[in-house]
Design a protein around this ligand. Structure first.
Ligand SMILES: Nc1nc2c(ncn2[C@@H]2O[C@H](COP(=O)(O)OP(=O)(O)OP(=O)(O)O)[C@@H](O)[C@H]2O)c(=O)[nH]1
Length: 194
């Protein structure tokens, strides 16, 4: 079975739950006292997707402003970016829009963008309506899902949706296996910028 390495970075304000999402995905656990990330942290997880193995190389960036300038090191060369906001913090949704702009200007041209509205277990304190976020995600052709790292809601789904949007690698020109071409994306057409 073919193994593909997919570099993925997580972006978003501090405290929105980026590390908790990664921890839930890789270790299937939740630490309520997790510390803020310093710089960035790295974890991997391999999952089967159709007839391929997808090894996610996950860079979890620090959301604090003082680390912001480091982000390009992590989104450069990424197959996908998961931009996280906190559904109980409107400000974190505005920050997300700034990350989308930055990726458009400086990110890889074909990067898959996934928007994760985290802490959906706190819907009583919601500040960002799900429909507004979904409409915005649709307008930029991004994956959208509301997640809860705490209650393990929709975490695997984010990565499955990314796998679905990664262009298929097809053998081209006979059976030598030496030449490859990128196939059309399985899902809807989308802008090439993000
Ligand atoms: N209720 C709830 N709390 C969460 C959830 N995800 C994370 N948290 C809490 O939110 C706080 C921040 O989580 P982190 O995962 O450290 O956030 P981060 O985005 O990685 O923050 P930085 O590393 O500073 O960028 C922690 O106290 C977590 O326990 C969630 O889905 N629901």
């Amino acid at each position: 079975m073919a193994l593909r390495e997919l570099k993925v970075c997580l972006l978003g304000d501090t405290g929105v739950g980026k590390s908790s999402i990664v921890w839930r995905f890789v270790e299937d656990s939740f630490d309520p006292n997790i510390n803020p990330t310093i710089g960035a942290s790295f974890m991997t997880k391999t999952v089967q997707y159709q007839n391929e193995l997808h090894k996610f190389l996950i860079w979890d960036t620090a959301g604090q402003e003082r680390f912001r300038a480091l982000a390009p090191m992590y989104y450069r060369g990424s197959a996908a970016a998961i931009i996280v906001y906190d559904i109980t913090k409107e400000e974190s949704f505005q920050t997300l829009k700034n990350w989308v702009k930055e990726l458009r200007q400086h990110g890889p041209p074909n990067i898959v963008v996934a928007i994760a509205g985290n802490k959906c277990d706190l819907s009583d304190a919601r500040e960002v309506p799900e429909k507004d976020a979904k409409d915005y995600a649709d307008s930029i052709h991004a994956i959208f899902v509301e997640t809860s790292a705490k209650n393990a809601i929709n975490i695997n789904e984010v990565f499955i949706e990314i796998s679905k949007r990664i262009p298929v690698v097809e053998a081209a020109g006979g059976t030598s296996g030496k030449a490859f071409k990128l196939g059309r994306q399985a899902s809807e057409s989308r802008r090439t910028c993000c």
